[in-house]
Write a protein that binds this ligand. Structure first.
Ligand code: HEM
Length: 289
């Protein structure tokens, strides 16, 4: 199998959309593009013909390049996202991590000194983030997001129950900090204007919480400061690995419609997802920050 790659140069005012005609194994599609544009197909040589009307009909040929494989690609796009996410962890937190520790929350979870005050800040900010994600998916008319309704992984209602429980115990709930409100606005913006970037945050937050460090933090908090009480944030109806597998399948299907450029754009957003969501973890390590 070979990969054929060509670069399209516009000879007329650039249009934000490109129409590709079904030809030589390249499926018919309309793709949002950035310029200069590179399209790859694994089947045939391609040539290009430019129309005069701001669309470009892609038909055939260009030189062959070695087949580039992205880490995780053979198993589907979720595996690609996972591979990038795992490298983004500091070495102190995961064997697969490649990053040096730079922030207080990069220290090993075992060394964190949890307080109820810090944990409550973390919970209210998670409530804002999950409210935002779930509100976007629930209200959206973007067809891409339809498959992400009712995944069984939703957390906002469970978090509301936990916060209510803390109130009943006499705790006052803090307000989410400015960085978290900014993050919520950012998620709303990219949900509308940049779906691949949004999907990156969506994947990292749900999988990071449900399959990664989130559950690890949950069990440490329960053991150390909650007298082994298990919070609703860490309970799911049904088998969690089955819910995650189902969501992976939907994410893989959605990303199959993306160009390689859009996939790369999604992967590149991982750093931002770690930075923004990682900020929520700060309250756990240093409640005063
Ligand atoms: C204290 C901070 C963190 C710790 C200790 C931690 C730890 C871990 C560990 C041990 C895994 C591997 C789980 C497994 O292979 O079964 C993992 C997976 C993962 N983490 Fe983190 N993580 C942290 C923060 C984050 C953050 C900030 C994000 C992104 C927002 C994130 C996203 C992910 C993702 C997407 C996975 C892959 C889940 C999967 O296997 O499907 N993690 N994490």
């Amino acid at each position: 199998m070979t990969t054929v790659r060509f670069t399209v140069t516009f000879r007329f005012p650039a249009s934000p959309r490109l129409d590709c005609e079904s030809y030589a194994g390249l499926k018919a599609r309309t793709a949002r593009v950035s310029y200069p544009l590179t399209i790859a197909t694994r089947r045939h040589h391609l040539v290009q013909i430019a129309n005069e009307d701001r669309t470009l009909v892609v038909r055939a040929t260009a030189g062959e390049i070695p087949n580039k494989r992205y880490p995780g690609e053979p198993k589907g796009f979720v595996e690609e996202m996972r591979s990038v996410a795992m490298k983004m962890h500091p070495r102190t937190q995961s064997k697969e991590g490649k990053r040096e520790s730079t922030a207080p929350q990069d220290s090993p979870v075992a060394t964190w000194e949890f307080t109820v005050e810090g944990y409550l800040k973390f919970l209210v900010e998670n409530k804002l983030v999950f409210d935002t994600l779930e509100g976007i998916i629930h209200d959206s008319t973007v067809p891409t997001y339809a498959a992400f309704k009712n995944t069984g992984l939703e957390r906002a209602n469970n978090l509301a129950k936990d916060l209510e429980w803390f109130k009943e115990q006499g705790y006052e709930l803090p307000e989410p900090k400015a960085h978290c409100k900014t993050y919520s606005l950012y998620l709303k913006d990219i949900a509308e204007n940049d779906p691949p970037a949004f999907i990156c945050h969506f994947y990292n937050i749900y999988f990071g919480h449900s399959a990664g460090g989130g559950r690890m933090i949950g069990s440490k908090v329960s053991e150390r400061i909650l007298d082994n009480k298990k919070l609703e944030f860490y309970k799911w109806d049904g088998d969690i690995s089955e819910l995650l597998t189902n969501l992976s399948e939907e994410l893989n299907k959605v990303s199959e419609l993306w160009t390689r450029e859009e996939k790369n754009h999604c992967l590149e957003e991982t750093e931002k997802a770690f930075k923004c969501y990682g900020h929520l973890l700060r309250s756990l390590v240093s409640p005063d920050l």
